[in-house]
Design a protein around this ligand. Structure first.
Ligand code: SF4
Length: 69
């Protein structure tokens, strides 16, 4: 079974914080607008939820990458 990893394109992220509003245990926008991802590894159980957060990012800055191994 594969795991997935959350990746952020920092050139695209505008720090709006939609992702944080959906899962603030994983996503946090610092005071300076920098996104911090607290745990970037996603298992199959959470894949659908995190995928919907990825799709909700208005800047298309998030990606869920497959971790081979
Ligand atoms: S929703 Fe997208 S643009 Fe907004 S903080 Fe999260 S990754 Fe960045």
């Amino acid at each position: 079974m594969s795991d997935y990893r959350i990746e952020v394109d920092r050139g695209r992220c505008t720090g709006i914080g939609i992702c944080e509003s959906m899962r603030d245990d994983r996503f946090e926008v610092d005071d300076d607008g920098t996104l911090v991802i607290h745990d970037d590894v996603v298992d199959e159980d959470e894949r659908a939820e995190i995928e919907s957060i990825v799709l909700s990012c208005p800047a298309s800055a998030l990606k869920l990458a497959t971790v081979v191994g």
